[in-house]
Structures are given as structure tokens and as C-alpha cells.
Design a protein around this ligand. Structure first.
Ligand SMILES: Nc1ncnc2c1ncn2[C@@H]1O[C@H](COP(=O)(O)OP(=O)(O)OP(=O)(O)O)[C@@H](O)[C@H]1O
Length: 275
């Protein structure tokens, strides 16, 4: 089957001369339609660079990225990105952030039926994301978790084929993250969007992903790809299962082996202590 996203022999450099950094070295990755793939790895291994390059926000050197059968040579409506910072328009309500932000520049040309369809889709997403009670509130009136729900709803507004998420829950507290994990899995189940999700948190990567792509640093590359054997229906209790802990330890060990930097180890040890 043709993959939704095909990355082949991808190289990405930053800077020039002595400051030149090889951020991605020969990355090959196929992602199927409707798949949920997570990227983990030590700091600086190129997770965000790979995501941004698939989004079309970064130019690359050698290699190719094909999404929906078309070469990626810039951002496109088929790919939406969600960042850790919510970047909502503070002067628009929740509903208007979701309904208008994506295509503000086209508003003058929008017909009343376009506006009606957009409004219906926005209402559906507001319901799906549990935002009905704050639909007319402004971003500053919402918690971080709520703001990120708005950002995700906004990204889904134009029915992108691919949702690229760069540590979207990194700024949220542990409890809110758990709620968001179940929410994003539910959204994925209903919308069938292909999701590529970057995280530092191995537990998050396993709980969310159907496959976990483990990356290694200096130079950034894919070390291994792990199939997550826990099926589509997941519950928070899964995190307490011995099989879950074993998989987490296996991935953490792999990251530890490929990182070789003390600060990374300290961070990994912190994560390991929670198993
Ligand atoms: N704009 C940039 N200019 C120069 N170098 C960059 C730039 N962005 C990233 N890099 C370098 O590219 C490499 C990969 O960075 P990237 O941010 O993709 O890694 P990451 O795995 O997402 O890291 P982290 O987990 O710390 O966010 C690193 O060596 C980083 O210093």
C-alpha cells in the first residue's frame, strides 16, 4: 500500500562552515494513512527537525519527502501543525479561533454557505474537544489544557490528512496530560487523521503511538522503530501493566545507549523512577 508519508534518504543541515550541523542523516520512514506514530529520542536527535521538514517549514538537502503522493516543497493544507505553545488569537473567541484562523485571508471571498459549513464543522470540533461551555470565551480566560484543545480543534478544522504535533502537551501538568492523551486518541479514532507526534516522554510515546520511532543524536537519525502491541483500545491502567513497563524500559535503555550525554542520562533516570 502507498504510504501517506514517505521519507527517503533525508539529510538536513543547519548553518555553514564550522557551524554546520548535520541535524538529520539518511532518514527513511514510511507512515501509513490513519497511523499514529510517535517520535522519541535524546535532546537534539532531530525530532522537531524531522517534523518541521515533513510540514514543509524547513528546506532539506538530499532525499525526498512525499505526502499524499506529492513532493513536499513547502507547507500545505494537507498538513497541520500543533506546537507546545498554543498561539491562539487573543482577540477572537474560542469558536472564532477554530472557525476563522486557518483561512482568515480568504474571508472576503467566502460565501454564506462556506461560512455555514465552517460554523458546523467548528461546532462539531467544539463538541468533540469538550469546549462547548467555553465556546464564547477568550483564550486568556482558559486553562493551558483548554487552550491546547482549541489549538488542536483549529488544526483539525480544514480536515488535514496529517496532523504533526511537536510536544503539544509538554507544558501541561501530569493530570491534564492524561486527559489529553485519551482525548487525542479518541480524536484520532473518529477523524482517522494520520498523526506524527514528537515527545520527550517515552510513556506518552508508547501510550499514544501504534509505532514508536526511536531517534539517536549526533548526527540525528532513526535508531529503531518499535511496534506497540497494545491494540486500539487503551486505558490509563495500561501504564501500570508489566508489559508496558518492560517496553518503556527497553526504549529508555535504547535511548540511553545511543545518547551518551550525562544530562540526558539524568533526565532518563527521572523518567525511569516513575515505572
Ligand atoms: N534553527 C537551527 N539552527 C541551527 N541548528 C539547529 C536549528 N534547529 C535545530 N538545530 C540543531 O539541529 C539538531 C536537531 O535539533 P532538533 O531541535 O530537531 O532536535 P530535537 O530532538 O527536537 O531536540 P529537543 O528534544 O531538545 O527539542 C540539534 O543539534 C540542534 O542544535
Amino acid at each position: 500500500m502507498t504510504p501517506k508519508i514517505a521519507v527517503r534518504g533525508l539529510y538536513k543541515h543547519y548553518g555553514r562552515g564550522a557551524r554546520r550541523t548535520l541535524a538529520l542523516q539518511h532518514v527513511d520512514l514510511d507512515i501509513a494513512a490513519s497511523e499514529f506514530v510517535t517520535l522519541v529520542g535524546a535532546s537534539g536527535c532531530g525530532k522537531s527537525t524531522l517534523l518541521r521538514t515533513i510540514c514543509g517549514l524547513e528546506e532539506y538537502g538530499q532525499g525526498s519527502i512525499v505526502c499524499n503522493g506529492r513532493d513536499v516543497d513547502g507547507p500545505g493544507a494537507d498538513r497541520a501543525m500543533v506546537f507546545q505553545s498554543y498561539s491562539l488569537y487573543p482577540w477572537l473567541t474560542v469558536k472564532d479561533n477554530i472557525r476563522f484562523c486557518r483561512r482568515l485571508k480568504h474571508h472576503a471571498a467566502a460565501t454564506s454557505s462556506d461560512v455555514e459549513i465552517a460554523s458546523g464543522r467548528a461546532d462539531a470540533l467544539i463538541g468533540l474537544m469538550g469546549l462547548a461551555h467555553v465556546a464564547h470565551a477568550y483564550p486568556a480566560e482558559l486553562s493551558g489544557g483548554m487552550q491546547q484543545r482549541v489549538a488542536i480543534a483549529r488544526a483539525l478544522m480544514a480536515r488535514p490528512d496529517v496532523l504533526l504535533m511537536d510536544e503539544p502537551f509538554g507544558a501541561l501538568d501530569a493530570q491534564t496530560r492524561e486527559v489529553m492523551h485519551d482525548l487525542i486518541r479518541h480524536v484520532h479514532h473518529l477523524e482517522k487523521t494520520t498523526i506524527v507526534f514528537v515527545t520527550h516522554d517515552v510513556e506518552e510515546a508508547i501510550y499514544l503511538g501504534e509505532r514508536v520511532v526511536v531517534m539517536a543524536p549526533r548526527p540525528g537519525r532513526i535508531d529503531s522503530i518499535v511496534d506497540v502491541p497494545f491494540g486500539a483500545k487503551r486505558h490509563q491502567d495500561l501504564k501500570l501493566a508489566p508489559e508496558f513497563s518492560a517496553l518503556k524500559r527497553q526504549i529508555l535503555n535504547r535511548i540511553r545507549e545511543t545518547s551518551g550525554v550525562k544530562t540526558d542520562l539524568e533526565q532518563l533516570e527521572k523518567l525511569t523512577r516513575t515505572t
